[in-house]
Design a protein around this ligand. Structure first.
Ligand SMILES: Cc1cc2nc3c(=O)[nH]c(=O)nc-3n(C[C@H](O)[C@H](O)[C@H](O)COP(=O)(O)OP(=O)(O)OC[C@H]3O[C@@H](n4cnc5c(N)ncnc54)[C@H](O)[C@@H]3O)c2cc1C
Length: 391
C-alpha cells in the first residue's frame, strides 16, 4: 500500500491555473476555505493563444482589488505591448482603424499566466500544486476525489471542485461523459511567434478577414520586444468539411496574401506553428453539477465573434468563487443549489455570447457585408455602431 492511499482533504480544489483558475483563487482569498489550485504544467508554461488580453479582464481583476491590475502591469513591464488601435482589413483590402479607449494589452501567455499566478501566491493562502495532472474524478457522499495521472502523487478530495482546466477539460468530461465535439460551436486555430514583421504601426493589433473562409480571421498581434503573435482560426465545421490544414493555410497566407506577404518577406519565425481548439459560447453547455462548477474554456465561454476568452475565463472564475462561498455557508453542494451559478453565468455572460454567435453565423460567408461594413464605418456614427457591435 502506498502512503498516498488516503486522499489529501480540501474544501475547494480548482483544477487548472490559467486565467479562470487564478481569478477564482484570488476571489476566494477572504473565504477562510482550504483551497488548492493545481495544474498539470509548471509555470511559466506556454498556452497556445493570440495573447490579446481583452480590457474587461483588467476591469474584473480591478473589481477584486485595484492593486491587482497595478501589480499586473508592473510584473509585465518587460513582457507586454499596450494596444490602443485595432486595424481591420476587409476581404477587399480596405482597412478600418479603430481607437479603443479602455486600457488593454497583448502579452504572451507564458508571462501573463505566470503573473496572475504570482498574484495568487502573493495575496492568498491557496496551495498551488504544479505538475499535477488530474486523470479522473470520482464522486461519493463525502465529496469528489481527484485521481492523479501519476501514481506517486496523492489523490485529493474536495467538497467542491471547480473545473478551470480549459478546452479539453477532464472535469467537464466527468460532468458530461457522453458529450462529443460540437463543431458548429468550436473553432480550430494555429499560431506562431515572428520577429521582423514589416509595416507594423505602434500599439496596433491587426485582424485580416478573408474571402476564402466563412468564419474566422488571421491576426498579427504585437506582444512586446519586437515579437508578433501571428495566427489563423476558422470554425471547426468548415475546417472538417474542407479538410483544411490550418498550419499550411497560415504559411500560404503569409507567403501570398497581397497585404501580408510583403510584411512577412523578411520576417523570422521564432517558433513552429502550433494549434489548439476554442470552445465557443452560445452552445448552452452545462456548467454545473453536484459538487462541480465549470469556468472559462471548460464551460465553453469564448466569444464566437472575436475568439477572445480570457476575460470570460476571469469573470466566470470570480462568479464560481462567489458560488463556492454560498455553498459553504449553506452547506449545500447539490446540483439544484449550484444551478444558481449556471443562472448567473447565463445572465452575465451567456446571453451576450449567444447573440454574438448569431452575429458570427450571420456574417459567415458574406465577405461583401464585411466589405460594406468597413466602408460604411468611414461615417463616425456608423463607426460607433460597428465598434459597439464587434468590441
Ligand atoms: C489559437 C488561439 C488563440 C486565442 N486567442 C485569444 C486572444 O487573443 N485573446 C483571448 O482573450 N482569448 C484567446 N483565445 C482563447 C483563450 O486562450 C482561452 O479562452 C483562455 O485561455 C481560457 O482560460 P482558462 O483559464 O479557461 O483555460 P486555459 O488557459 O486553457 O487554462 C487551463 C489550465 O488547465 C490546465 N489543465 C488542463 N488539463 C488539466 C488536467 N487534467 N489536470 C491539471 N491541469 C490541467 C492547463 O495546463 C492550463 O494551465 C485563443 C485560443 C486559441 C486556441
Amino acid at each position: 500500500m502506498s502512503v498516498f492511499d488516503a486522499p489529501v482533504l480540501y474544501d475547494v480544489v480548482i483544477v487548472g491555473a490559467g486565467p479562470a483558475g487564478a481569478a477564482c483563487a484570488l476571489a476566494l482569498r477572504h473565504s477562510g476555505l482550504r483551497v488548492a489550485l493545481l495544474d498539470k504544467g509548471q509555470f511559466p508554461r506556454d498556452k497556445i493563444c493570440g495573447d490579446a488580453i481583452p480590457s474587461p479582464t483588467l476591469k474584473h481583476l480591478a473589481r477584486l482589488s485595484p492593486a491587482y491590475t497595478a501589480e499586473l502591469y508592473e510584473l509585465l513591464a518587460l513582457h507586454r505591448a499596450d494596444t490602443t488601435y485595432s486595424r481591420l482589413l476587409a476581404p477587399n483590402g480596405h482597412e478600418l482603424r479603430i481607437k479603443w479607449h479602455n486600457p488593454a494589452f497583448n502579452s504572451a501567455r507564458l508571462h501573463f499566466d505566470t503573473a496572475l499566478l504570482t498574484l495568487v501566491r502573493r495575496h492568498t493562502t491557496t496551495e498551488v500544486l504544479e505538475n499535477y495532472t488530474v486523470r479522473s474524478l470520482q464522486s461519493d457522499a463525502l465529496g469528489v476525489t481527484l485521481v492523479p495521472a501519476l501514481s506517486a502523487q496523492a489523490p485529493l478530495q474536495a467538497a467542491l471542485v471547480i473545473g478551470c482546466d480549459g478546452a479539453n477539460s477532464v472535469v467537464a468530461r466527468h460532468l458530461l461523459p457522453s458529450a462529443g465535439l460540437d463543431r458548429a460551436h468550436h473553432c480550430a486555430a494555429v499560431r506562431a511567434y515572428y520577429r521582423g514583421v514589416a509595416e507594423a504601426p505602434e500599439h496596433t493589433s491587426d485582424f485580416y478577414f478573408l474571402r476564402e473562409y466563412q468564419a474566422g480571421y488571421c491576426w498579427v498581434f504585437p506582444v512586446g520586444n519586437g515579437v508578433y503573435n501571428v495566427g489563423f482560426g476558422a470554425l471547426s465545421r468548415e475546417v472538417a468539411a474542407r479538410r483544411l490544414d490550418l498550419k499550411h493555410e497560415l504559411r500560404e497566407l503569409l507567403a501570398t496574401h497581397p497585404h501580408l506577404a510583403p510584411r512577412f518577406a523578411e520576417a523570422e519565425a521564432l517558433t513552429p506553428i502550433t494549434g489548439f481548439g476554442l470552445p465557443l459560447g452560445g452552445s448552452g453547455r452545462a456548467v454545473h453539477g453536484a459538487r462541480l462548477l465549470l469556468c472559462g474554456d471548460a464551460a465553453a465561454l469564448i466569444d464566437p465573434l472575436q475568439g477572445h476568452g480570457i476575460d470570460k475565463a476571469v469573470h466566470s472564475g470570480i462568479l464560481a468563487a462567489v458560488q463556492a462561498q454560498r455553498c459553504f455557508q449553506a452547506q449545500r453542494f447539490d446540483a439544484d443549489y449550484l444551478a444558481h451559478y449556471a443562472q448567473e453565468v447565463e445572465r452575465l455572460i451567456g446571453r451576450e455570447l449567444t447573440q454574438r454567435y448569431r452575429l458570427m453565423r450571420f456574417l459567415a460567408g458574406k465577405a461583401w457585408l464585411v466589405n460594406l461594413a468597413v466602408r460604411a464605418a468611414r461615417w463616425p456614427w456608423l463607426r460607433r455602431k460597428l465598434v459597439r457591435a464587434v468590441g
